[in-house]
Design a protein around this ligand. Structure first.
Ligand code: ADP
Ligand code: VHF
Length: 404
């Protein structure tokens, strides 16, 4: 496993939800976890497979826990890894192959076996399963994001059990999520879940690798300080998982910024976790629940360009939540059309916000530094609008160092 980390951006826009808000998340502590109305559960390859293929006993045990939750009225979306590892034995492989094409082949073989077993296992509970394979691209473009949302929402209203994975058979290195922990966090936001549960082969986050004698379980993570000095970089499960602990901590960070708490524990602990027992690691939310659109803009959207703004625009627009006018823009780069997402940077190059731009990359350069009145006079009525409307941008705070 590489020591790569996902950059987690925090953003600050008017949030929805709060203690007095009916849309507020009922899950605020480990004890309130049984109140979750909608949960995204992610399970890793190491918990679902053995060197000889699928671990059908483990899958059945997970399915029983999910079925129990569903029978109590909790909606569940399962994000299941395991396609690539499940394909190994059938292709004569013992470790995750390095090249993309062989991984794609393994996933193509393994995803079918995985779903076949889920289908059979959920049938014991008279439950129909639906497969949803996503690529990063799908969640980056607004239209496709809404499509994915619509599909999952429909499955849930039809009482089908959605099982999500990355579309590994076609995803290339450039357009991959790369790890299902992040996919699970983004899915939790996509379906507005109350809770994200990450099930791994380890029962909690530890202060160091769990095999080390002085490593201690971390019961709760309330802020970045709780992660200072925590070593998450030592690789995990022999060649099957991809993320390790780094991506789990990052995923919990993403969920936290969208107002969704995360519980990290092992698959055998799942039932105890859903009963609100003191197992695993509980990651508290970093703020109030955000609108899904704001979270999409801040975390998922594909950025097509950059607008650099002067200090007056930082103070007048970004700091005060106002629309961005051409007069405050000093530079523009990238290839974008009206409606694309651009980042908004200050004179020091710090990205301060992300928003939907109202003009294309060929139009904005002609507008730079000009007042609305001058734009209207020189370029015509179509050029007197705001460049990024106040409703269409989210503020970003500096990336947080979630771990050492
Ligand atoms: N600080 C830590 N606390 C717990 N586990 C850690 C830590 N650092 C590294 N790990 C490793 O991360 C592994 C979990 O990651 P991974 O094998 O990718 O799981 P999954 O397949 O569930 O995604 C653990 O089994 C453990 O070996
Ligand atoms: N999508 C891939 C799994 C990627 C992944 O993140 O694996 P893991 O670290 O085991 O959760 C698969 O199904 O094999």
């Amino acid at each position: 496993m590489s020591a790569r980390r996902t950059v987690v951006t925090r953003y600050a826009t008017p949030a929805t939800g709060g203690p007095e808000d009916p849309k507020a998340n009922p899950v605020t502590t480990r004890e309130t976890l049984p109140a979750a109305r909608r949960v995204v559960i992610k399970i890793g390859s190491s918990s679902l497979t053995t060197p000889t293929g699928l671990n059908t006993e483990a899958i059945d045990a997970l399915v029983d826990v999910v079925a129990d939750l569903r029978s109590r009225g909790t909606q569940v979306v399962l994000v299941s890894s395991g396609a690539i590892a499940a394909g190994f034995p059938q292709l004569g492989l013992t470790r995750r192959p390095k090249d993309t094409a062989t991984q794609q082949a393994a996933a193509s073989v393994g995803q079918g076996s995985l779903m076949a077993h889920y289908s059979q296992s959920f049938a014991r509970h008279a439950t129909t399963v639906g497969q949803v394979l996503l690529t990063a691209e799908e969640l980056m473009r607004r239209g496709q994001y809404i499509n994915a949302h619509r599909s999952l929402a429909r499955l849930l209203t039809m009482d089908v059990m959605p099982i999500v994975n990355e579309n590994d058979a076609v995803a290339t290195r450039e357009i991959r999520f790369g790890d299902n922990d992040r996919l699970a966090a983004l899915t939790a936001n996509l379906v507005k879940a109350d809770l994200l549960v990450l099930l791994s082969d380890v029962d909690a986050l530890y202060t160091g690798h769990p095999s080390l004698p002085d490593s201690r379980r971390i019961a709760t993570v309330s802020s970045d300080e709780d992660l200072a000095g925590v070593d998450v970089r030592t690789p995990g499960s022999a060649g099957v998982g991809t993320g390790g602990m780094v991506t789990k901590v990052d995923a919990a960070g993403i969920a936290a910024t969208t107002g969704i708490p995360t519980l990290l524990t092992s698959a055998p602990n799942a039932a105890a976790a859903f009963a609100g027992e003191d197992v695993g690691t509980w990651f508290e939310v970093a703020g109030r629940r955000r609108s899904a659109r704001a979270a999409w803009l801040g975390l998922t959207a594909e950025v097509r360009g950059r607008l650099t703004i002067d200090d007056g625009a930082v103070a007048g627009a970004i700091d005060r939540g106002r629309s961005l006018l051409a007069a405050g823009i000093t530079d523009v780069s990238g290839q974008f059309t009206a409606g694309d997402v651009v980042e908004i940077a200050d004179q020091d190059g710090r990205v301060r916000a992300r928003g939907l731009v109202q003009y294309s990359a060929s139009q904005v350069p002609r507008m730079l530094g000009r007042s609305t009145a001058v734009l209207k006079e020189e370029l015509g009525a179509g050029y007197d609008g705001v460049v990024v409307h106040a409703d269409d941008w989210v503020r970003l705070a500096p990336s947080h160092a979630a771990y050492s």
